[in-house]
Design a protein around this ligand. Sequence first.
Ligand SMILES: [Zn+2]
Ligand SMILES: [Zn+2]
Length: 572
Amino acid sequence: MNPTKTRQRVSDALNEISRLMELQGENPFKSRSYANGARIVEQLEEPLETLIEEGRLGDVKGIGEALEQKITELVTTGKLEFLENLRAQFPPTLFDLFKVSGLGAKRIKQFYDELGIDSLDKLKAACEDNSLAKLKGVSGKLEAKILEGIAFAEQHAGQYLFDAAENAALPLLEYMRGCKDVIRAELAGSLRRKKEVVKDIDIVTSSKKPAAVMDYFVAYPEAERVSSHGETKSSLILKNGISADLRVVTDAQFPFALAHFTGSKEHNVVMRQLAKERGLKLNEYGLHGADGKETPCKDEADLYGALELEFIPPELREDHGEFDLDPIPELIEARDMRGVIHCHTTYSDGHNTLREMVEAAKAQGYEYILITDHSQTAAYAGGLKPEKIIQQQEEIAKLNKEIKGITILSGIESDILSDGSLDYEDDVLKSFDLVVASVHNKLDMDEDEATKRVLKAIENPYCDIIGHPTGRLLLARPGFPLHWDQIFDACEANRVAIEINANPKRLDLDWRQVLRSKEAGITFSIGPDAHRVETIDHIRYGIGIARKGGLEKEDVIGTYTLEELMAWRKSR
Ligand SMILES: [Zn+2]
Ligand SMILES: [Zn+2]
């Protein structure tokens, strides 16, 4: 396992222990020490494996003997008995209650102890028959919130964040390409369409020996178990719980199968209709005339060509207007990006220093980087007081002289306060090259209030980019509602760019809104919101969303040269 994965696995386990201890009614200090341990592990510089091997894990600040022993057991054996014993004390469906946003362990324990609620279904029933409301401290407002949370959790059950799914899928795709009987192998499904969340992994392969390919697939060493083993389709459950389906067809069928299993279903309906209008029949095996004669296609471009269409990139295949695009836009690519816009350093809550972030961006070929630490109101994230800003700007000036080949820009991620104002006086705001303005608190405003708040920020002459515009956390928290037409009009009128936050937990602005706002003539910024050097690379997830939204290079400020970027800023 690679060090990042190990770190993640250990931190997940420690967080789970902390929760389970809370459910048990353990001393809160004890349960908190595990949650703290999880945070410490996430921030470790060195691989856990190295620390354990060299006997230095216990030297890490905050890792006591109990933590050291458990982490060592988990890393060296892949298992942790302590956690398994804790888990065994509760029905597994109880943990689904944690998916309801706003419900913590304390409440869950209360519901479980007093009403025996151990599943989402039982929780829902208790809301509906009013038994929940009779418990101590449960208000009508809380009950309504819980019902909302259950609906959200149900709607998203069985879905995975894009990065989690892709991280599981790419090694499997590589593995399949290593099979000597495989001719072609590609990812299909929502993963290929770069959907923000996905349900499962689909891979399409071609071969002359389908049975051999299936045998090879079900022997995948990273599989938890085989859920079906057929002649042309098999399924695995991978270690993170996601299921992976493999299909094998002949090489002549491959383009048709790939297009079919890439979807979306809605896109395929239109494709079949277009075929029908030409007297043809399209399915996953081919394109046939009424006389049964086949139209051979060597790839998907041929297939679209046979229907007199330009090739439609997978990201656009959602039946969201792609058939009306003429021409199909030349979608933005990762290599078009010249700058890293929106990242954090140790000045606020980032993990790496300013210098480290700059060196990493430079090593990846970027020409400039905009440093945007948190602003003063975000005290929980080490937001910068004005003195700190001066200090950072001095360091930026110094590093700009010292480090060649990349330009460091001074920025800030300013909180948008409840009344819509930014978080500093104008004389501080004007000292930045660019300002990202984001909402981080009071996320429960209604549509009118939230719109008023964001509009005021957009109208602030120092605001250049609106960061993560809805505050959503995928699969965890819906974003706040906005009157989009007003927001887009204001962005256009004030020439403020709107961010596609590329953190895979956010991917906010949603691609459906990107499509709409592109029509409104808006400029975008793809922000990795990197808090450590490794996550500068999150830009690629933002590119996926930008492509789904039909964006081209010119639509995104990070593709500008530094001169163009500064000219854009000045022209505003
Ligand atoms: Zn933010
Ligand atoms: Zn940020």
